[in-house]
Design a protein around this ligand. Structure first.
Ligand code: N01
Length: 543
């Protein structure tokens, strides 16, 4: 007998847990499927040394559950990956979510049945499941990619990707270790493993602007303050363009004296992490000259911290300016290059030519290694959705739809041709601390599906017009930021530039999380007008 539910959610990370809780609250029989052997999503997969949040504990958590707020205690300002994973396990237990979560269940495809208005979900090694609603909570940075370097499979030593780090860890003590990839993942790994390894060869193609921070302990007073102010903190984060509980800066980097600017940069650098990016000036993300001033400040910091001038120079981005890549928070990244056995190899001027059985060849120089680590990123935002067959009306997959028509979604929530399919953090959702749009998205979905039941609406489906509008709005707002010009130069993942052959498009909405939430509210207030299906097949797909 076929197992049926009201809703099937794919993924048991932040998104899946929030959605399960919210759909249960309105009485929908919901099951969550996840390929991994535990809950936690990205925090279960990414267990490399040094992994931790870039957002601070106070707004990197759900606010919807009083029990969780009252009973969970954070210990670090930027919680380590293991602590976030423990938090998500706590959420799953405290909200009694596990009885509806099916682990080690890999979804292979999901097919819409037009006559029955249901989705059939096919899983590896099990019977198919059927539900009216299909919801993706598969995460935005989950489809890990390896570089296309000749000989990559020939390496005879240990080879690991940060996104598939072995559960039992890797013994790196005294070994010759190489690292390819210096995005947010690689830069967290460097200071953590640097002191342990025998020799450390860090292959750098494009340097990053790292905003250094300290990681203070969260005290009992801090937790008491958080519990007293949770709603206000959450609201602040929800009203901030990037989902952080910070005051957006009010003036331009160009309208203050050099001395005052330096003072402000210095103050926010000392506060650490995203404070620098978000609280100094209001135009570091929108004005190239302002972003270049921030770049120059960080370059000077690198020269101050890194003792060897040649290494400091190599670590300083010069081909693009601040915000051209997603800005990572560092914890002693630049200091790590002061260790004698840590060596930075520039692969921009002389590229990696091959991976050999014994190491990595750069030009004609071979670096012999015992362990090779890839922190080479993800097929972001769309990769997980196009990696499985999600088959909508007329037998068309999401992959084919986007290949033929370009990236299309309505607010990153729904796609025309895919009725009753919803995405948490689908492509074209905000560039943000993601816990905020995850929670607000789960609450939006709860209200939408309750409304559908109360109004006898059977099908939600994004209209073609709504997709066109959102594609234009995403491109328009994105192109007004330095993330566009600088992101192209820096081959940023948010433009799809990091995956060879991926069409350039803003994969995230740069217009601000608070603006995005305004549009979600408008959709709701309209009675979901642009999601009530006009049942027609896009011309481009029917031909
Ligand atoms: O991946 P990335 P990531 N040869 O794509 C290099 C989130 N995150 O996993 O810049 C040589 O940023 C590539 O070089 P280049 C966060 O949103 C969050 O680090 O293309 N190098 C780059 O250095 C983040 O932005 C957290 O020249 C190659 C690196 O690999 C996102 O995940 C922690 C190469 C890839 O960097 C992705 O971060 C971690 C090649 N052929 C991640 N191919 C927290 O919140 C690729 N590279 C804490």
């Amino acid at each position: 007998m076929t197992e049926t539910h009201d809703a099937i959610v794919i993924g048991a990370g932040f998104s899946g847990l929030a959605i399960l809780h919210h759909l249960r609250e309105i009485g929908l029989d919901t099951v969550v499927l996840d390929a991994q052997d535990g809950v936690g999503g990205t925090w279960l997969a990414n267990r490399y040394p040094g992994v931790r949040t870039d957002s601070e504990y106070s707004y990197y958590s759900f606010s919807f559950s009083k029990e969780v707020r009252e009973e969970w205690t954070w210990t670090q300002r930027y919680p380590a990956g293991a602590e976030v994973l423990a938090y998500l396990n706590f959420v799953a237990d405290r909200l009694d979510l596990r009885r509806d979560i099916r682990l080690e269940t890999r979804v292979e495809s999901a097919v819409y049945d037009e006559a029955a208005n249901t989705w059939t979900v096919y899983v590896d090694g099990g019977a198919p499941l059927v539900a009216k609603y299909l919801i993706s909570g598969m995460g935005v940075l989950s489809q890990a990619i390896y570089p296309d370097i000749p000989g990559i499979d020939s390496f005879a030593g240990e080879k690991h990707h940060t996104a598939h780090w072995p559960r039992d860890g890797v013994d790196l003590a005294g070994k010759r270790v190489g690292l390819i990839g210096l995005g947010a993942s690689g830069i967290q790994l460097v200071p953590e493993i640097g002191p342990q390894v025998g020799e450390f060869v860090v292959f750098q193609r494009t340097p990053n602007f790292i905003v250094e921070s300290t990681n203070d302990a969260v005290t009992a007073e801090d937790m008491a303050w958080l519990r007293d102010n949770y709603d206000a903190i959450y609201e602040k984060a929800a009203n901030h363009p990037f989902g952080v509980a910070m005051e957006p800066a009010q003036f331009s980097a160009l309208e203050v004296s050099d001395e005052r600017r330096r003072e402000i940069f210095e103050g926010k650098w000392n506060e650490g992490g995203f404070h620098f990016a978000n609280e100094c000036f209001n135009d570091l993300a929108t004005n190239h000259a302002a972003s270049e001033l921030a770049s120059e400040f960080i370059r000077a910091k690198i020269r101050e911290i890194v003792r060897d001038p040649a290494t400091a120079d190599l670590l300083s981005p010069k081909t693009y300016s601040f915000n051209g890549k997603r800005v990572p928070t560092g914890h002693g990244y630049y200091e790590a290059f002061n260790l004698d056995h840590v060596r930075l190899v520039d692969t921009a001027t002389t590229p990696i030519t091959a991976i050999t059985p014994t190491g990595v060849r750069v030009g004609d120089t071979e670096y012999e290694l015992d362990v090779l680590i890839f922190a080479t990123g993800f097929d972001a935002m769309t990769g997980t959705l196009t990696n499985i067959d999600i088959v909508g009306r007329e037998g068309i997959t999401l992959r084919d739809r986007w290949e033929r028509d370009g990236l299309r979604s309505h607010l990153g929530i729904g796609v025309h041709g895919f009725p009753n399919f919803f995405m948490s953090l689908g492509p074209q959702t905000p560039y943000s601390n993601l816990v905020v749009p995850i929670q607000l998205g789960a609450q939006w979905l709860q209200r939408a599906l309750r409304w559908a039941r109360e109004n006898d609406v059977d099908v939600f489906e994004a209209s073609l017009e709504s997709e066109d509008w959102w594609a234009e709005e995403t491109a328009r707002t994105g192109k007004a930021t330095v993330m566009y010009t600088e992101g192209k130069k820096a081959k940023a993942w948010f433009l799809g530039e990091n995956v060879p052959g991926k069409p350039e498009a803003f994969l995230v909405y740069m217009g601000g999380g608070q603006v995005y939430q305004h549009y979600c509210r408008e959709l709701e207030e309209s009675g979901y007008a642009s999601m009530l299906a006009e049942r027609r097949v896009p011309e481009a797909l029917s031909s």
